[in-house]
Every structure is written in C-alpha cells, then in structure tokens.
Design a binder for this molecule. Structure first.
Ligand code: ZN
Length: 419
C-alpha cells in the first residue's frame, strides 16, 4: 500500500511548528480562511526559477561532451535550425535493426524530457555493461532533444514564428487563413500578442511527403497538420530518413508535461507523477481520409510499450512510492496533427509521457525526481524492446493502468490543454 502524503497545508503547519522553538518559521503559515486546495496546488501561471534545467547553450556543450566520452558511440549532428536560427541536434547511438526515435521539449515549458534523454545518452554511450551492449546491438536510438529551442528559450509552449514568416516560407499559402493552432493571445502566462507562435504539436501530417496547401487551412484539432514550421519539418525528415533506412521506425516516444494538480483516482492526496498513453487518434480504419493508414497502425504494440513503461515505474515504486503514481492519459483524444498521432499512423509503436507540472506552475521544483521518472520509464521500455520481451507483454494490462483522477488545483482550466 502507498504511504499517504500529507496535504501541503499540513506540511506547512507542521514544518512551522517544528521550527517554532525560538526560530522564525521558514514558511509562513497561511491565515484562516485560506482554502486548503489553493495552498496545496495551483495551476495559475507564475514566474518561477528554471535555471537547473539544461538550456539551449548547455545542450550543445553537453551533447559534445557525451559524444567525446562515448568514444564516438554517440554521434551528434546539427540536423537543422529553428525558425530563430538555433541549432537542433540529433544524437544517434547503437547499430541495431530496431529504430527508436525520441523527442523532447516540443513544448518549451516541458523540460524534464531533455534532461532524461541526456542522462540516457550518457549511460548508453559509455557503459560497458551487458545491458548497454545489448541496447547498442539491438537498437538504433535517435534522439532529438529540445526540438523547439525557440520556445524552450522563451520558456513557453509555442514556437516563435509569425504567420508572415510562414507565408514567406510557403508562398503558396498567401491569402490563406492562419492555421488554427497559431497563438496570438495570452496563454499559460505568456503574451503571444507581442510574440506570436504555434503549438507545433499540431503541425504534423501522417503523409510524410505532404506539401502545405491553402485549401487545407485553417484546419482544426481533428484534422492533420501541414509541416509549416522548420522544427516539425526537421523531425519529419529524420523520421522519413529512418523509415528509408530501417523499413520502419519501430518506436516513437514524445516527452511532455501536463498540469501540476492531477491526483490519483483512488487518493486525492497523491499527485499523479506521470500519465502515459499509446492512443492518440480514432481508429483509422473508420476515419474518412485516414483509411490507408489502417494496415500499418499497431495499437497493440503501442499498448505493450506503455505496459513496459508502467512495469518499470511500478518496480521502482518499491523503493520510492512516488514513481508508482502512474495513470493513463485520457484515451478519447483524436489528434492526428500531433507527432505521436502522425507517426502511429505510419506504423510506429508510440508512447506519450506526461510528467507532472509545466514550468509556469512548478518551475524546477521536483526536477530531479520527475526527470528520474522519465528515465526509469524509458529505460524499462528500451530494455523490453532490445530483448524482444515487449512483444510478450499483455496489451490488456494497458487498459488496467488507472485513469487520471481529477485536477484539484485552483485555476485548473489553465491545465485543460492536450499534450
Ligand atoms: Zn506538451
């Protein structure tokens, strides 16, 4: 049984009491009338420190270091540039026939994935263990950490791109209505009126050769995207290259964060550490326009990959219970314009990680443990893919992962945004 965690208010009161022996409490005890929940958790955006996360400059330095200490086992390339000209890197390790693509920070306020990828590359590139050798012989891992560096540097969800820049890049779109996922109003505490941008995780299309057409705009959430941004175009190019090289991309993982105040379905005092999912689109066999993808779509394999992630975290929970607070992300999303949706339609097994709390609600709080939860999930999944055990896991175990409980935070409407 999971030990119950005290609500934050109780912790504040207790820590105040513990320090009350003549010293000033480190934290103020809230006045009467303060709502417990509002103290416990809030989804309202605020400015919080993030300096412990890896920024764009540090990412380049760290990848360079990993390449060097790995003796060339990890190969780092500049695959392209963001709209504002920042480098976007790929890091490749392993010579196996199963291709695995990992991406992080498509939303620039969702940062643990980048640090988890760096930890993973460091280990698999330098370890001489049987496990690392097995990964390198069975897998070819290609990571694109911090794929939206402009959004990451601004510490916000969207990229940094105006509609005028889109039409300059794609002149055939002149006169079209801007895409529905173009942000020009404030959200999550960021003012897109001053500096517009796109939720680029709606910019993917399962047709890897798609060229943007005026008549496909402005589109909407249940439709495919267009590869308008240089960032998604780059990921598409990498995916297409791996498909040409390996026949298919075995596994695609995209690393995100969700609201800070979702709780376990059976325990309102336990926050969800991580929600996962393998389902992002309606069944293509019965979705007009997507029927041709039904033959390759493999929801069963995606479920098995997610079961591997969950099994690893439940194992780790024996030592640290917070790792066991895993739930299934809502299963009724239909977002074919996401990277996960588009690549699932191309036959990849797919996994969504949704770690607790974006930077506007948690900042770098819990950074180490949340990054570790991503690492543990990836580690377990990649081991299962490398050994082939993943194909023996029971996909029905996926449906037994508990659903996400309610969001108990104030301002919870701020958290009502999909991955
Ligand atoms: Zn996200």
């Amino acid at each position: 049984m999971r030990p119950r965690r005290l609500p934050t208010l109780a912790v504040l009161v207790l820590s105040g009491m513990a320090l009350a022996g003549g010293t000033t409490p480190a934290v103020a005890v809230p006045d009467d009338g303060l709502n417990v929940t509002s103290v416990a958790c809030s989804e309202a955006p605020r400015e919080l420190p993030i300096n412990e996360f890896t920024d764009h400059r540090e990412l380049g330095i760290e990848l360079d270091r990993i390449e060097r200490v790995s003796g060339g086992k990890v190969q780092v390339e500049q695959a392209g540039r963001s709209n504002r000209g920042r480098e976007i890197y790929t890091a490749r390790v392993g010579t196996g026939r199963k291709a695995v693509l990992l991406t992080s920070e498509i939303h620039g306020n969702e940062k643990t994935g980048t640090d988890a990828i760096l930890d993973l590359l460091d280990w698999v590139g330098t370890s001489d263990s049987a496990k690392a050798r097995k990964w390198r012989s069975e897998l070819t891992i290609v990571a694109i950490p911090k794929m939206n560096p402009d959004g990451a540097e601004l510490d916000r969800r969207g990229n940094d791109m105006t509609w005028q820049e889109v039409t300059a890049r794609h002149p055939q779109l002149r006169g079209a209505q801007p895409a529905w996922n173009y942000y020009t109003t404030p959200r999550q505490g960021d003012d897109y009126a001053v500096r517009p941008g796109f939720d680029i995780n709606r910019d993917y299309n399962p047709d890897l050769n798609y060229v943007p057409r005026k008549e496909d705009l402005p589109g909407h959430s249940a439709q495919t995207g267009w590869y308008l941004s240089p960032e998604t175009s780059l990921v598409r190019d990498v995916y297409r290259g791996l498909t040409a090289e390996f026949g298919k991309v075995d596994t695609y993982v995209d690393l995100h964060h969700q609201g800070a105040c979702f709780v376990m379905p059976d325990d309102p005092d336990e926050f969800v550490t991580l929600s996962i999912s393998g389902k992002f689109v309606d069944d293509p066999a019965t979705t007009p326009g997507l029927e041709k993808y039904a033959r390759n779509y493999d929801l069963t394999y995606s479920k098995q990959l997610n079961v591997a992630v969950n099994n690893a975290l439940q194992g780790a929970a024996n030592n640290r219970p917070v790792f066991g607070n895993v739930t299934l992300y809502p299963q009724d999303t239909n977002l074919p314009g996401t990277g996960l949706g588009s690549f699932a339609l191309n036959g990849s097994g797919t996994v969504l990680f949704e770690v607790r709390g974006q930077t506007q609600t948690l900042g770098q709080k819990h950074r180490a443990v949340l990054t570790r939860s991503v690492y543990i999930g990836l580690d377990g999944m990649l081991s299962a893919v490398a050994s082939g055990q993943v194909r023996k896991l029971n996909p029905a175990d996926y449906d037994r992962i508990p659903p996400r409980g309610p969001n108990v935070g104030t301002g919870a409407e701020e958290a009502r945004v999909d991955f």
